[in-house]
Design a protein around this ligand. Structure first.
Ligand SMILES: Cc1cc2nc3c(=O)[nH]c(=O)nc-3n(C[C@H](O)[C@H](O)[C@H](O)COP(=O)(O)OP(=O)(O)OC[C@H]3O[C@@H](n4cnc5c(N)ncnc54)[C@H](O)[C@@H]3O)c2cc1C
Length: 296
């Protein structure tokens, strides 16, 4: 499907970008799930003009507004980004492919930690939050991926190309049937329902224990909760985020890649609604301008 502007993220930054881009009469697709937005769990009291409002309600209003101006919203996860000639290609967990002239990254930040004993202590010593960054260190090793959604599934798939054995540990599998079929066709061993009690090891990861007492001997544990994270998405396009996953942008919300913009929490602190919508406005406006200039 061809659009002028594709926006990854259905939070306040992505939706505000969609509103501003769509009002400039370019075609806009937003890909993301509102329930994945940080705002979905917030009760907002510090936003201009609003005494108190549930974030969920604000998101619903923002989605309606974006649609009213012509943006289309696809409640899916982005699995892969590519650059082909002068276009961006966006592939989702529903196996849909989107092509656009400009791309806006607004995937928020991943605050998602497992909070299991051993996780913090063994970070960088076998515990990783980024399969595409660290897969190469686990050639011929045994690893586990922990998570329920598309990011865990895609991490497990990727790791099958490196590790000798891959376990996917999930409390509650929550991925599209297409993606699940892909995982099932590989050597990934699915362990579900299962929850992690602790990650074991001293100098390095040695294994993992589940709450039901089962134990696994492992060399690596990849914690991949939620949708594909900002660091992974950016890396697909050769944008190198800092170690916290923050993407650098200039005042126009441009990254170093032509036609690629980023906005919201993913570009840094303060992680606040006001900053997210402000940046979304700039990113959406400039993405639309970019498309129109290219067309002239
Ligand atoms: C509990 C809580 C309370 C808060 N309270 C306040 C408050 O009172 N006031 C305030 O100003 N701020 C508050 N915040 C912060 C505020 O919610 C964030 O700053 C704001 O939501 C950031 O907007 P964003 O669009 O950048 O990211 P998010 O709102 O996090 O949205 C990110 C979007 O990207 C999507 N996404 C991520 N990866 C992918 C992928 N691979 N494919 C497709 N989509 C993807 C997500 O599903 C989501 O739709 C709070 C946050 C939390 C968590």
């Amino acid at each position: 499907m061809d659009y002028d502007v594709v926006i990854v993220g259905c939070g306040p930054a992505g939706l505000q970008a969609a509103i501003h881009a769509a009002r400039k009469k370019v075609t806009v697709a937003v890909i993301g799930r509102p329930e994945g937005s940080g705002l979905n769990r917030a009760e907002v009291e510090n936003y201009f003009g609003i005494d108190s409002m549930g974030g969920k309600e604000l998101l619903a209003k923002g989605m309606e507004q974006a649609k009213r101006f012509g943006a289309e919203i696809f409640e899916q996860d982005v699995m892969k980004l590519e650059r082909k000639d002068d276009s961006f290609i966006v592939i989702t967990d529903h196996d849909m492919e989107f092509k656009s002239k400009a791309l806006v990254l607004a995937p928020g930040i991943s605050r998602k930690k497992l909070n299991a004993p051993g996780e913090k202590e063994l970070l960088g010593k076998g515990v990783s939050y980024c399969a595409s960054c660290d897969c190469n260190f686990f050639k011929g090793r045994t690893v586990a991926v922990v998570g329920d959604e598309s990011t865990a599934a895609s991490a497990a798939l990727l790791l099958t190309e490196y590790a000798s054995a891959v376990y996917w540990i999930s409390k509650n599998l929550n991925v599209s049937p297409m993606l699940m079929a892909k995982v099932k066709a590989t050597k990934v061993e699915i362990v579900s329902p299962a929850s992690v009690a602790r990650i074991t090891g001293e100098e390095r990861v040695k294994g993992l224990e589940l709450n039901d007492g089962r134990r696994f001997s492992l060399d690596g544990v990849f914690i991949e909760l939620g949708a594909k994270g900002s660091a992974n998405l950016a890396l697909d396009l050769d944008v190198i985020p800092d170690p916290t996953g923050t993407i650098e942008v200039n005042a126009g919300m441009e990254t170093g890649v032509r036609g690629l913009f980023a906005c919201g929490d993913v570009t840094g602190q303060p992680w606040q609604l006001a900053r997210a919508v402000g940046q979304g406005c700039i990113a959406g406006t400039n993405a639309a301008k970019f498309v129109r200039t290219e067309a002239e």
